[in-house]
Design a protein around this ligand. Structure first.
Ligand code: HEC
Ligand code: HEC
Ligand code: HEC
Ligand code: HEC
Length: 480
């Protein structure tokens, strides 16, 4: 099998050597930077939690990892532009953001980009010139690396690395591992994020790269290529992670020992705890002394990790400026198109409508006064301060009834439906009010009623029972 591939490979080299670069002189040291499932995320939205991510941190990080003699390959795969379900009226904004994102990524050196399922639904995604899309069943060679996607219909040169952009989950990739290996693939980039290690072995000499999501993590993988089987090596970054974990464990053990001392536990117990600490320390210093493994000569190797783009990484100022300018452009675009913005269809015109908080104040003055003091009542001013009241990706959770049947779909018509209001939790109230408070209204607000807005990445510390107490009080259910 191997021999056949070698023959095919050398034939391929001969037949197109005039056009292609000389493979002997192609680089052999690569640094792969992989973003998966970016989902249009340009920056943390102000309510995001660590790792914050964003293009401005990505820019700083990529710059810090530039090294002469190492060829950088920035790759994206999975949903790049689409955040998921997009209403018709928000499409122009999403497309404009997609264009901005693609241009910025190309400036950062993007060489290959796959798409995801949600992206496929966005028409006009391909309007950006020079964007290096890799379509299913396509083949591209960049800096001597072969990139493939979908069905493998051509002979792969075994002397050069072959990377497959895999559309699907890690489980699916595992099922096809042996077949992919036999076809000559060395490395698979899966389109979906998973919790598995950044470099996961699928089959002997075949590895999958597992990325992060929403630009919060970046894969940073060093690949040394000698044209032979690929092995995985522990790199400096992974070593540091292991050392840090050991240090955390040591601190924990020290605390346990000190507690045992303070509580005057038996000498035997204290001695046992002390021994544990010493053992853990010895293990760590042993690892500190152990040199990083080197690949045997002429064996290709991979090492690297998924790097969280957290607040330890400073944001690049000029990228931030570009993003701010982009937000202004989005506001202008949305204002311009607002008159003709398509609204959600209302399947039942007799169903209740969103009418705003002031309509509730008269009969529920205490509930209203209490609500006024909660952060929900200033959710709109939060957007105002950021100049984002015309950003359709923000409004939904910072108002009541946006893009919903019976709600509003134009900011200029929002009226009193700005802010997270009574109806954000109790649902549309027009029928209730029309019958002087005897008409239907939802009373109970389940955990789901809150987590439709309070969910990651906007928050991941939401505990229903506890947060509930902060929105209830005298006149508004003192105790649930
Ligand atoms: C329509 C979206 C939405 C719904 C529904 C919603 N919230 Fe909020 N909530 C927000 C937003 C947005 C903020 C931040 C407001 C600001 O400061 O700009 C917030 C802030 C809060 C805060 C203050 C910040 C914090 O976490 O301490 C609490 C408490 C809270 N919400 C509780 C709840 C509870 C409990 C429910 C359900 C009964 C709920 N929210 C339903 C959008 C929502
Ligand atoms: C999925 C719902 C959701 C969307 C969409 C959303 N937010 Fe929020 N936002 C929240 C929630 C919930 C909070 C409160 C988080 C908390 O404190 O627990 C919040 C809080 C904030 C805060 C912090 C307010 C404060 O006073 O601390 C800012 C700023 C913010 N959002 C801005 C934005 C911007 C800008 C966008 C659009 C890019 C956006 N949000 C989109 C749900 C959302
Ligand atoms: C963050 C979500 C949220 C918001 C915003 C909210 N409520 Fe409530 N409301 C609740 C919850 C939760 C309950 C308790 C329901 C239960 O457990 O029976 C409740 C109960 C009520 C009740 C029945 C209990 C009582 O004390 O009379 C009324 C009336 C009410 N809300 C009116 C309002 C009005 C008016 C507003 C706006 C000024 C408002 N609510 C805003 C969540 C909310
Ligand atoms: C004309 C007066 C009036 C207006 C306006 C009004 N309500 Fe009520 N509401 C009532 C009355 C009366 C009740 C029944 C109170 C009771 O049974 O103790 C009630 C009950 C409720 C309840 C509890 C329902 C239940 O099943 O226990 C909620 C929630 C509520 N209103 C929310 C709202 C919201 C949200 C608005 C604004 C959209 C609003 N109300 C506007 C008079 C009004």
């Amino acid at each position: 099998m191997r021999i056949v591939w070698l023959l095919l490979g050398s034939m391929a080299v001969q037949s197109c050597s005039s056009k292609q670069t000389d493979l002997e002189t192609e680089p052999s040291q690569y640094r792969l930077f992989v973003l998966t499932a970016l989902r249009g995320e340009l920056e943390p939205c102000g309510c995001s939690l660590e790792p914050l991510g964003g293009l401005a941190r990505l820019t700083t990080y990529l710059r810090s990892r530039t090294e002469t003699g190492i060829t950088p390959l920035l790759i994206t795969h999975g949903d790049l532009v689409s955040p998921g379900k997009v209403s018709k009226g928000s499409l122009p904004q999403i497309k404009e953001a997609g264009r901005f994102l693609q241009n910025q990524l190309m400036n950062l050196g993007l060489v290959i980009s796959g798409t995801g399922e949600a992206d496929e639904e966005l028409t006009d995604l391909r309007s950006v010139k020079g964007m290096p899309w890799l379509d299913p069943n396509q083949f591209k060679e960049v800096h001597g690396v072969q990139f493939l996607r979908g069905k493998i219909t051509r002979a792969i040169n075994p002397k050069r690395p072959a990377i497959l952009l895999f559309d699907g989950s890690l489980e699916d990739a595992k099922k096809q591992a042996l077949q992919l290996k036999n076809q000559g693939i060395d490395l698979v980039i899966v389109s979906k994020p998973h919790d598995e290690p950044a470099i996961t072995e699928l089959a002997p000499d075949l590895f999958a790269l597992i990325g992060g999501q929403r630009g919060q993590q970046l894969l940073d993988i060093d690949m040394t290529w000698h044209g032979d089987r690929l092995i995985r090596l522990e790199g400096a970054g992974e070593r540091q992670v292991a050392l840090d974990a050991m240090q955390t464990r040591i601190s924990g053990l020290v605390k346990q020992r000190d507690r045992a001392r303070v509580r005057q536990k038996s000498p035997a117990l204290i001695a046992a705890r002390t021994a544990q600490v010493e053992r853990a320390k010895a293990q760590r210093s042993e690892l500190l002394k152990t040199p990083l493994p080197q690949a045997p000569a002429q064996v290709s190797s991979l090492s690297g990790q998924r790097v969280p783009l957290d607040s330890n990484i400073t944001e690049d100022a000029s990228m931030n400026q570009a993003i701010q300018k982009h937000h202004q452009a989005i506001s202008q675009l949305n204002k311009k198109l607002e008159k003709t913005r398509e609204c959600a269809e209302n399947p039942d015109p007799n169903a209740a409508q969103y009418i705003g908080n002031l309509a509730c104040q008269g009969c529920h003055p205490q509930a209203y006064d209490l609500w006024k003091k909660t952060p929900h009542a200033k959710a709109w001013s939060t957007l105002e301060k950021k100049g984002r009241t015309y950003d359709y990706t923000c409004i939904g959770c910072h108002s009541a009834g946006f893009d919903e049947p019976g709600g509003f779909c134009r900011v200029s018509e929002a009226g009193d439906r700005i802010n997270v209001g009574c109806e954000s939790c109790h649902g549309p109230g027009s029928l209730h009010v029309a019958q002087a408070g005897r008409g239907p209204i939802r009373r109970k607000v389940s955990a789901d009623g809150c987590t439709k807005c309070h969910h990651p990445p906007h928050t991941n510390t939401f505990i229903y029972e506890e947060r509930l107490q902060r929105v209830l009080g005298p006149g508004h259910m003192a105790k649930p």
